[in-house]
Design a protein around this ligand. Structure first.
Ligand SMILES: NC(=O)c1ccc[n+]([C@@H]2O[C@H](COP(=O)([O-])OP(=O)(O)OC[C@H]3O[C@@H](n4cnc5c(N)ncnc54)[C@H](OP(=O)(O)O)[C@@H]3O)[C@@H](O)[C@H]2O)c1
Length: 309
């Protein structure tokens, strides 16, 4: 099938393009500021996705059988810094893509986030649980879900994703890439010992999105995550061990949330996701942390430092 991929240069979008092309689909992918080559695209088109006319014309020109939305302002601090841009990308764009999907009878796969929840529960959140976002990014994701499913109830499916690991096109986006960059710069990252996440990789999530393109029977809002809930500090330690770095080469500071109240107020303490509606219904399996670590590469920006150790 022909897939219109919004955000082909992102962490998830780039993984989706590779996965979809491996499975024989034709992917037309948009890029914004990214100018390098990307694997897996039949066409790579520069589009300002904050411009509704340009976006509409790109979608209608592609006339896809599926639209996959991996574009966003995906960092909460960046939403706070430029709320209007975040509104355009995180709310207006998915609503427009859903209307276009309805118009051309295309499947629409949208990405939301675990951050629709407030993180006060220690038990996993189910897809039907009440949402209670604590930051602008989370509120925009909630609004996007509402608009997407109102505009294309027969075509849309949304996946709320957890904290993502993986290999990004620029090598600077995901958790291990940021930690390695800090260590290469001689910094000591501070990680919370009492903030818990249930990560998976962008590559694993991309397989889920791809199956959903091919499974129009699955609609509504679903969860996807890895099999393990870990503190951010534990995750940092596991990444350090995976890359065979010592504590001297890759120092980590263990911090409690109470020690940094202004940051803790903007971040959820525990985001565990129950994934009952996709686990078992898809061929893709939820990953253990060991599975995820096995997929990670040393990113180009830190290779010189890493291989000199
Ligand atoms: N990363 C995570 O941990 C995580 C966790 C849960 C949910 N999610 C959600 O998953 C989705 C994918 O996230 P991600 O981490 O892959 O995002 P990302 O790496 O930040 O990529 C964002 C994408 O959006 C594009 N984009 C942004 N503004 C644009 C504009 N004005 N015009 C054209 N393109 C624009 C970027 O293009 P350029 O780079 O070319 O400008 C890039 O392709 C998002 O909906 C995000 O909220 C992410």
């Amino acid at each position: 099938m022909t897939v219109f991929l919004a955000g082909a240069s992102g962490l998830v979008g780039s993984a989706f393009a590779r996965a979809a092309t491996r499975r024989g689909h034709r992917v037309i992918g948009t890029v914004g500021s990214f100018s390098g080559p990307l694997e897996g695209l039949a066409r790579q088109i520069p589009v300002d996705l904050a411009d509704p006319a340009a976006t509409t014309s790109a979608v209608l020109d592609a006339f896809p059988e599926a639209i996959v939305n991996c574009a966003a302002v995906s960092v909460p601090e960046q939403c706070d810094a430029d709320p209007a841009r975040a509104q355009a990308l995180n709310v207006d764009l998915p609503a427009l893509l859903a209307r276009l999907a309805h118009h051309v009878s295309a499947r629409f796969v949208h990405l939301s986030s675990e951050q629709v929840f407030d993180g006060t529960l220690r038990t996993p959140y189910a897809p039907g649980d009440a949402v209670r976002p604590i930051n602008l990014y989370g509120r925009q994701k909630v609004e996007s879900e509402r608009l997407v499913h109102a505009a294309a109830p027969d075509f849309a499916v949304t996946v709320r994703a957890p904290l993502l690991m993986g290999n990004s096109p620029g090598g600077q986006r995901s958790l291990h890439e940021r930690l390695l960059a800090d260590w290469a710069a001689g910094k000591t990252p501070r990680l919370f010992t009492d903030e818990f996440r249930q990560p998976c990789t962008a590559e694993n999530l991309a397989e889920v999105l791809l199956e959903l393109c091919e499974r129009p029977d699955l609609r509504g809002v679903h969860h996807w995550a890895g099999t393990e809930l870990l503190s951010r500090f534990e995750l940092g330690e596991r990444l350090r061990a995976h890359f065979k770095l010592t504590a001297a080469q890759a120092p980590l500071a263990a911090v409690a949330r109470a020690a940094v109240p202004e940051l803790a107020a903007r971040r959820q303490a525990c985001l565990a996701l129950a994934c009952p509606s996709l686990n078992g219904k898809l061929k893709t399996r939820a990953q253990t942390l060991a599975d995820q670590l096995g997929e990670l590469h040393v990113p180009p920006p830190v290779r010189a430092w890493y291989f000199s150790l």
